[in-house]
Write a protein that binds this ligand. Structure first.
Ligand SMILES: [Zn+2]
Length: 292
């Protein structure tokens, strides 16, 4: 049993963790979150999800390597090296071998990745799309087709401020290298891997679904950031682009997963970040999954 690799039918999923540390307090990220709502949950939130020393949410930044019979796929791309990032000092212009080392430990070279799928194009999900070589941003995975929801690319293009740098460093070089494949938000790669529209956090946000041997699973990206949002699906993340849409998407997603029993692989829930959704009272509960 391993917390870093598991099977979905014949598909093998491996976690590629870039970092995991306490970043912001609950109320900084979830404006609807109150001390009264949190208190009854401290016993399971501390220390895995809330740092007892800083009171901040411990946030994994991770990608997932997906190996099917036909494809070697990277889902999301963490923060990357050399990137311009305003949010946190330790995300800015990193030079850290951890990510590529962990990919190598999983037995995969960058050349072997044939698809890169991004749930959305935020700074912590598309960083390793590119790397800096001789002062130029080039695709990290030179043989990969980078599947991007057309709607998400348009939104990233239109984004102002600091997000412009993310677009210029992580996205535009892929388009210019001819490696981007623009698709609808329900694009199907094949019978085992497809996108599902889950807009709200960003306008073109997608979940990425897997199915093999009758087992279903889904990468939820940032349609939710924290297991408390299963209990309180109306709590938005501060940076959800369309708050009303984000709530509708979260309720619908949780409802569906509680019924179909799919394994939910989140980006930012406390490690191991994967589980199933159960109905509980008038909302939901995230059950940590025991990977096989
Ligand atoms: Zn994120």
């Amino acid at each position: 049993m391993s917390m870093d690799g598991w099977s979905i039918g014949d598909i093998r999923v491996t976690r590629i963790l870039e970092m995991c540390d306490p970043l912001r307090t609950p109320s900084e990220w979830f404006p609807d979150c109150t001390d009264e709502a949190l208190e009854p949950h401290f016993h399971w939130l501390i220390p895995r999800s809330i740092s007892p020393w800083t009171g901040r949410i411990v946030l994994p930044i991770q990608s997932f390597l997906v190996r099917t019979r036909h494809h070697t796929i990277l889902v999301d791309g963490c923060i990357g090296n050399g990137k311009t990032v305003a949010d946190f000092a330790h995300w800015h212009r990193r030079s850290d071998g951890t990510f590529l080392e962990r990919l190598a430990n999983a037995g995969v070279t960058p050349e072997q990745i044939d698809y890169v799928l991004c749930t959305h194009l935020h700074v912590d999900h598309c960083g390793w799309n590119t790397r800096l070589v001789d002062g130029r941003w080039v695709p990290t995975f030179p043989n990969a087709r980078y599947i991007m929801a057309r709607r998400e690319l348009e939104a990233a293009e239109a984004a102002a401020g600091d997000a412009t740098r993310t677009y210029e460093e992580n996205v535009l070089p892929i388009v210019e290298a001819g490696r981007a494949v623009l698709v609808d938000m329900d694009h199907e790669l094949d019978g085992e891997v497809w996108l599902e529209p889950t807009p709200g956090h960003t306008l073109g946000h997608v979940a990425i679904a897997l199915k093999s041997q009758g087992v279903g699973a889904v990468f939820s990206g940032d349609l939710m950031h924290w297991p408390m949002q299963c209990i309180y699906p109306d709590w938005n993340f501060r940076w959800d682009t369309d708050p009303e849409q984000a709530r509708r998407t979260r309720w619908a997603f949780l409802e569906a997963c509680s019924e179909n029993g799919r394994i939910v692989m989140t980006s930012h829930f406390p490690l191991p970040s994967i589980g199933t959704i159960a109905r509980r009272h008038s909302s939901f509960w995230f059950d940590d999954y025991q990977p096989r």
